[in-house]
Write a protein that binds this ligand. Structure first.
Ligand SMILES: [Fe+2]
Length: 353
């Protein structure tokens, strides 16, 4: 696992969680359809089965396009491309905490970039799973930044990062229980009320599970999103990493997430360390993750996609080429109508080292 503040994260591994679903999985909530628009007609059997229910999500979820994480080392080249109107990607994602400051050059550059393309806020400090009180000062700063940037959405992680006022600087997994669902969904509700906007929660990679687990990770993620009426930032690389580490089928995971909840996708590179895959964000997207991404897009259609790269950061051009590859894969999938397109067979070579 990797913290987004440049820290390597300690990892461990335990056997996978129980697969038995609890009764709390199918919590229903009325949805505010004014916040979203009708999704394009689904193409697969799974998606077609959902046509009877209203499929809504923010318009930007399907129209935002392809972006990369905004990193200070790339400021000069990005500003140059903006000035020359040669920005080839559609949007950026920032680490919220890096811009929750009263002023300074990064904030001025953010304002300049934001005047040209959308910027999504992605945080690491909401500590949604903790039993500590929500950090009101943090939420106030985040609300101020969100009002300044006006992002399509704000996201953070489905995890806990500390307790008893100790920040562990880690994105730690939660026990997949009905009690945790209620606890986290309640906190998300209060965050959304405070920010006056929906947030999206991201699945983290994990290297341990709890003996108290009552459901799968994808059931847990879905139950919380439904209970809290929030979006999901689906990190496809994290799913691939966790599927390997806990020995479950990643396709079961991605096929189970409600389409209307998926606001955004993350793609990133991971590393192999002994029997484990580690979410290091320091490699190109691997071939197997591209394949899983194609499966997701085939099922849910165009979805805002972002390339994450947080360590051993390459030139901006490398990052950009990964985003453009994602665009190319999606265009081919949409043109062919399924994941068996010629591009699908070509993609595995691209993400290899
Ligand atoms: Fe991610």
């Amino acid at each position: 696992m990797r913290g987004r503040q440049g820290r390597e994260i300690a990892t461990g591994r335990l056997p996978g969680a129980s697969l038995s679903p609890p009764p709390a999985l199918h919590t229903s909530h009325s949805r505010d359809t004014s916040r979203g628009t009708t999704h394009p007609t689904p193409r697969t059997d799974t998606a077609a089965a959902m046509q009877d229910s209203p499929i809504t999500r923010p318009a930007a979820a399907s129209s935002l396009g392809f972006g990369v994480g905004l990193r200070p080392v790339h400021f000069p080249v990005i500003l140059e491309r903006v000035a020359q109107q040669q920005l080839r990607i559609d949007w950026f994602e920032i680490i919220s905490e890096n811009y929750m400051v009263p002023g300074g050059r990064p904030l001025r550059i953010l304002d300049e970039i934001r005047s040209h393309v959308p910027v999504v806020l992605h945080g690491v400090s909401m500590n949604l799973g903790s039993t500590d009180p929500l950090d009101e000062a943090y939420l106030e700063g985040l609300a101020r930044l969100a009002d300044r940037v006006d992002p399509p959405w704000v996201s953070d992680h489905l995890c806990w990062t500390g307790v008893d006022a100790h920040n562990l600087h880690d994105l730690l997994p939660l026990p997949y229980t009905a009690e945790t669902v209620r606890h986290v969904a309640d906190r998300i509700g209060r965050v959304q009320d405070r920010l006056r906007r929906q947030i999206a929660i991201e699945n983290v990679s994990s290297y341990l599970s709890y003996t108290s687990d009552e459901m799968t990770e994808w059931e847990f993620l879905t139950a919380i999103a439904e209970e809290a009426d929030c979006g999901i930032l689906l990190d496809v690389n994290n799913i691939f990493v966790s599927a390997h580490n806990h020995d479950f089928d990643a396709s079961l995971y991605v096929d189970a997430i409600p389409i209307e909840r998926i606001y955004q996708i993350h793609l990133a590179g991971h590393s192999v360390q002994g029997p484990l895959l580690i979410d290091t964000h320091d490699h190109p997207v691997r071939a197997e993750v591209w394949k899983l991404y194609e499966r997701v897009i085939s099922r849910i259609g165009p979805t805002a996609t972002l390339i994450e790269w947080d360590d051993r950061i390459p030139s901006y051009g490398v990052l950009e080429s990964e985003a453009l590859l994602a665009r190319s894969l999606c265009e081919d999938l949409l043109a062919h109508g399924d994941s068996e397109s010629p591009r699908s067979a070509r993609s595995p070579q691209v993400g290899q080292e």
